[in-house]
Design a binder for this molecule. Structure first.
Ligand code: GTQ
Length: 356
C-alpha cells in the first residue's frame, strides 16, 4: 500500500520562532515557504471546492419566466439564469471548469449575434421551433436536441414560434478564464446573414459522410463540422444499443456525441453523452476525475453523490464534482444527458476513474 499519511519530524520551538521571523521578512518580497502548504497543494486525491447539488426544473423555470417579464433577450444579450455551484459562490461556475445556465427566448425575440472563444452547447429543455444560427445557418430546435456553437463561430438565437423556448447552456467559461484566453465580439446586427439553408449541416456532416473536392483543393471543413444532434437520432441509437447489450454496471447504456471528423469529443473542452438505465437498474459506485452536469430526460429514480441523495424527475439538473462517489438508481427507465470536462483531462493525460 502506498503511504498516504504525511509524517515529518516535528519542529523544535526555537526553530519555529526563527522560521516565523524568516516568513515575516520574506512576505513583502512575495516569497512563501512551500513546506507550510505542500500537503494542501499536492493531495492524495482530488480536493474540489465544488459540492454536489440539484436544481429542480420547475423552480428555475419559474424564476426564468419572471425574468422574461422584466428584461428582453435583446436587452440582456443572453437571458440566462446561471446554475452556480454552492461551493463556488460568485464564480458563475457549476464546477471549477464548467458553466451551466438556463436560457429563455420568448416568441418573436432574437438574442443578438456574437462570437467568443468559449465553446457552448445547448440542450433543449422545452419548446420547439426556435433556432440557433451558427455562422448564419439555422439549426431548428426540437425538445432534447443537442446544438453546438464551437469556439469563435458566430451565433444568434431566434424564436419565430409561438411558444417560449428554454434550453440548458453548457459552456467552458471557467476553463477559458483559467487560461486567460477569453475574446468576444458582437456582430453589430441582431442576426447573421443566412449562409446556408437550414438543415444542410446535418445533411452534409451528420450521416457519416463529408464533402470532397477534386485535386489538391481541400473542401473547407470546420474543426467542429457538425453542430446539430437531434433527439430523434440519438434516442433511436440509444434504444437500439439498450436492446443489444447488457448495461455497463457503472454507467448503464451510454452513447457519446462525437465530432465526426476526429472521432473525439464534440468540442476541445467539453465531452457529452447520453445514458439509459433500464427500470429497476442500480449502478455500482464509480468516481472519476471529470466534473459533470446531468439532466434527466425521461424517467424517475435517484442518485447518490458523495453523502447526498437526490430524487430525480424529468428535467432536473444535478452536478457531480470530481471524484465524488456516485451511484444511480432507476425506478422507471431513466434517460440522462450529461456534459463533462473529460476531454480536457484526457488531453492532459490526467483522466482517472475508480470503479467499485
Ligand atoms: O448563448 O452565446 O449562457 O455567450 C452564456 C454566454 C449563453 C450564448 C450563456 C453566452 C451564451
Amino acid at each position: 500500500m502506498p503511504d498516504t499519511q504525511r509524517r515529518q519530524p516535528p519542529l523544535a520551538n526555537d526553530q519555529r520562532a526563527q522560521l516565523e521571523t524568516l516568513y515575516e521578512e520574506m512576505r513583502p518580497r512575495h516569497l512563501y515557504p512551500l513546506w507550510e502548504v505542500l500537503s494542501a497543494l499536492v493531495t492524495h486525491e482530488p480536493q474540489t471546492r465544488a459540492v454536489p447539488a440539484k436544481w429542480a426544473y420547475g423552480d428555475v423555470r419559474g424564476y426564468l419566466m419572471r425574468a422574461g417579464d422584466l428584461i428582453s433577450a435583446e436587452q440582456a444579450e443572453r437571458r440566462v439564469l446561471i446554475l452556480e455551484n454552492p461551493g463556488l459562490p460568485g464564480e458563475s461556475a457549476i464546477t471549477p471548469r464548467l458553466y451551466a445556465g438556463l436560457q429563455l427566448v420568448l416568441p418573436g425575440e432574437v438574442a443578438p449575434c456574437h462570437r467568443h472563444s468559449q465553446s457552448a452547447l445547448r440542450f433543449i429543455m422545452e419548446g420547439d421551433g426556435a433556432y440557433t444560427a451558427v455562422d448564419g445557418e439555422k439549426a431548428f430546435m426540437k425538445q432534447f436536441d443537442l446544438i453546438l456553437t464551437p469556439n469563435w463561430r458566430w451565433h444568434d438565437h431566434g424564436n419565430p414560434s409561438n411558444n417560449p423556448i428554454i434550453w440548458l447552456d453548457g459552456l467552458d467559461i471557467p476553463t477559458i478564464r483559467a487560461l486567460d484566453a477569453q475574446f468576444a465580439e458582437r456582430l453589430g446586427q441582431p442576426s447573421h446573414p443566412e449562409s446556408e439553408p437550414a438543415g444542410s449541416n446535418r445533411a452534409k456532416f451528420g450521416r457519416g459522410l463529408r464533402p470532397l473536392r477534386a485535386g489538391s483543393v481541400r473542401a473547407e471543413i470546420p474543426r467542429e463540422p457538425l453542430f446539430h444532434y437531434p433527439y430523434a437520432d440519438w434516442s433511436a441509437s440509444l434504444e437500439a444499443l439498450a436492446a443489444s447489450e447488457l448495461p455497463d454496471p457503472h454507467i448503464g447504456h451510454a452513447l457519446e456525441f462525437l465530432n465526426p471528423t476526429t472521432g473525439g469529443a464534440v468540442m476541445p473542452t467539453i465531452s457529452a453523452h447520453v445514458r439509459l438505465l433500464p427500470a429497476g437498474f442500480e449502478t455500482r459506485v464509480r468516481r472519476s476525475t471529470e466534473s459533470a452536469v446531468f439532466t434527466v430526460i425521461e424517467g424517475a429514480g435517484d442518485v447518490q453523490i458523495g453523502d447526498e441523495t437526490y430524487t430525480l424527475s424529468p428535467r432536473d439538473m444535478v452536478v457531480v464534482p470530481s471524484w465524488a462517489a456516485t451511484r444511480w438508481r432507476a425506478d422507471t427507465k431513466l434517460v440522462l444527458f450529461t456534459y463533462t470536462d473529460r476531454v480536457v483531462q484526457e488531453k492532459l493525460c490526467l483522466y482517472r476513474e475508480h470503479c467499485e
